[in-house]
Ligand binder design. Structure first.
Ligand code: SF4
Length: 116
């Protein structure tokens, strides 16, 4: 699973930005300005957890667009895990079990067969 130490300024909750993993890409702020802020070193962090379907959509977009895969989910909500699996971002989940990893593998396998 690797070292996913959260940035110290992340607000409490399931979504977080990994510390020290930053190219200052600004994608999180672009996709979800209401959910992210910058620290003094231009490293973003989660300032607000999503609480509405629209905010959750924005968070999922930020996860999909962020450089280096540095926005992560450590919760257990199955609907969120499914949503992340649908956009091929299940590897950003700390708690994803084998079912989700298998789902991702089969999607990638089907895609590779279609393109060959
Ligand atoms: S999404 Fe990642 S790479 Fe982009 S600004 Fe935030 S921490 Fe840095």
């Amino acid at each position: 699973m690797g070292d996913h130490t959260p940035h110290r300024l992340n607000v409490v909750g399931p979504f977080y930005v990994q510390d020290g993993c930053c190219t200052a890409c600004a994608m999180a702020e672009h996709e979800a300005p209401e959910l992210f802020a910058w620290d003094d070193e231009h490293h973003c962090y989660v300032k607000k957890q999503p609480t509405t379907p629209e905010e959750l959509d924005h968070m999922l977009s930020a996860i999909a667009c962020a450089d280096l895969g540095c926005i992560r989910y450590r919760g257990h909500d199955t609907s969120i895990l499914n949503a992340l699996a649908r956009i091929d971002e299940i590897d950003k989940c700390d708690q994803a079990g084998w079912r989700f990893r298998w789902h991702r593998f089969t999607r990638l396998f089907r895609r590779s067969r279609r393109s060959s």
